[in-house]
Design a protein around this ligand. Structure first.
Ligand code: HSE
Length: 435
């Protein structure tokens, strides 16, 4: 067993700085758990003279601008990639595996796109490859679902896995702040990615759900398999109606596996206030797991930030070092157990929220309800108020569980009715007893 395990860091930004300081701060605890010391020997940076949150030199870490100084150093056992981006990071990780180094990354974009290739390269070189920090920052969710649910069948996951959008929706719901103002605040607080489009369009959450789905269901889910809708079009009115009906709006990542077919999507949905996810506010993340044996379990915490993310990275480093000591590195699964089969739309079911305008005349509601009846869709809750336009009512309904395909057909037919000038919005409902 080695007395000292050396880490090579790729990137000393927000997360990299956290990794250096947490390792330094918790030397004694790490040494006690691992029976050896852990040290960040060198770190790849673009500009060694830049002022950073951590003074790498005082921690004995050498900064370099040459990737080979880190990737080809024979004393380095584990590479920690926290520089972000895709191509450069992918190349560096593949090089690290060729040099027989284990890799830990926080890079969800990379894992979502190239996870299969990287796992394969790791296995070929008998190396470990872990990425706990790539999903929901400091929450130990990947280890939770792979180890904690090892002897269970995970039926479904519901996740709030993007802090920026959760912050925006919380502000809109509880303070009636407009979408634009709430986004500005999230950016000022530093939650949003450099390009907030990835957050608000749902792509960041989709990447995390693809990774979660793969590990939960042991089937290879591509990013393109995830149906994504962002939060940009959300109007305060829907949050208010949702609130009156007992729901709160969240950007929900949904993944379901029936043992054969898988369904993964990310979309704004109304979640019952009785569901624990409804209480996940501001920038917090949570993943709600439905297991056959364990039942329902929720993982909650900080989904981003220097220290939470760095702590998740180091938890992977600890796993790698334990594997090294036991001589079992490179033994992670590569081949998923199940061949991917996506659930067709006619077999997807849910409860739905619809808001539309209709002429406020005798018989109109009865025509609307017959139309839904033709598609086997029944209403569970109904709200009707006069709309701002003369002789028009605003109608909000929450349906009982129905087929998504039939719902889409019903909306098409509703749109054609002369008595219905406008369908304003349509959302999935989650967390209701029947959803
Ligand atoms: N921008 C992400 C979020 C942070 O808002 O959750 C890390 O993925």
């Amino acid at each position: 067993m080695k007395n000292m395990v050396s880490i090579g860091l790729l990137g000393v930004g927000v997360v990299g700085s956290g990794v250096i300081s947490l390792i330094e701060q918790h030397q004694a605890k790490l040494a006690h758990q691992l029976g050896c010391n852990v040290h960040v020997k060198s770190a790849l940076v673009r500009n060694p003279n830049k002022t950073r949150d951590v003074d790498a030199a005082t921690n004995g870490t050498v900064l370099t601008t040459n990737p080979d100084d880190v990737l080809n150093d024979p004393e380095i056992d584990v590479i920690v990639e926290v520089m972000g981006g895709i191509e450069e990071a992918r190349e560096a990780i593949l090089k690290a595996f060729e040099a027989k180094k284990h890799v830990v990354t926080a890079n969800k974009d990379l894992v979502a796109l190239y996870g299969a290739e990287l796992h394969e390269a790791a296995a070929r070189n008998k190396c470990d490859f872990y990425y706990e920090a790539s999903v929901a920052g400091g929450i130990p969710i990947l280890r939770g679902i792979t180890d904690g649910f090892a002897s269970d069948h995970i039926e479904q996951l519901l996740g709030i896995v993007n802090g920026t959008t959760n912050y925006i929706l919380t502000k809109m719901h509880h303070e009636s702040v407009s979408y634009e103002d709430a986004l500005k605040e999230a950016q000022e607080l530093g939650f949003a990615e450099a390009d907030p489009a990835a957050d608000v369009e749902g792509l960041d959450a989709a990447r995390k759900m693809a990774i979660l789905g793969r590990l939960a269901f042991s089937t290879y889910i591509d990013l393109e398999d995830v149906d994504v809708t962002g939060i940009e079009g959300i109007e305060l009115e829907d949050l208010q109606h949702g609130d009156n009906l007992g729901f709160t709006m969240k950007l929900i990542g949904f993944a379901k596996f029936d043992g054969k077919q898988v369904e993964v999507n990310v979309e704004p949905a109304l979640i019952s206030k009785d569901h624990p996810l409804a209480d996940v506010k501001n920038e917090y993340n949570a993943v709600y797991v439905y297991g056959e044996a364990i039942g329902e379990a929720m993982f909650y915490g900080a989904g981003a930030g220097s220290m939470p993310t760095a702590a998740a990275v180091i938890s992977d480093v600890v796993t790698v070092i334990k594997n090294m000591h036991r001589g079992v590195t490179g033994s992670q699964f590569v081949e998923p157990r199940f061949k991917k089969e996506l659930k067709p739309v006619d077999q997807r079911f849910g409860q739905y929220y619809i808001r539309f305008h209709a002429k406020d005349e005798a018989g109109v509601f009865s025509r609307i309800s017959s139309l839904f009846n033709e598609f086997d869709i029944s209403f569970k809750q109904i709200l009707q108020n006069p709309s701002k336009e003369a002789d028009t009512a605003e109608i909000v309904v929450i349906t009982h569980r129905s087929s998504l395909e039939k719902m889409q057909q019903a909306l098409g037919a509703l749109n054609k009715l002369d008595e219905v000038p406008d369908i304003k919005s349509f959302y999935k409902v989650e967390g209701d007893a029947e959803a």
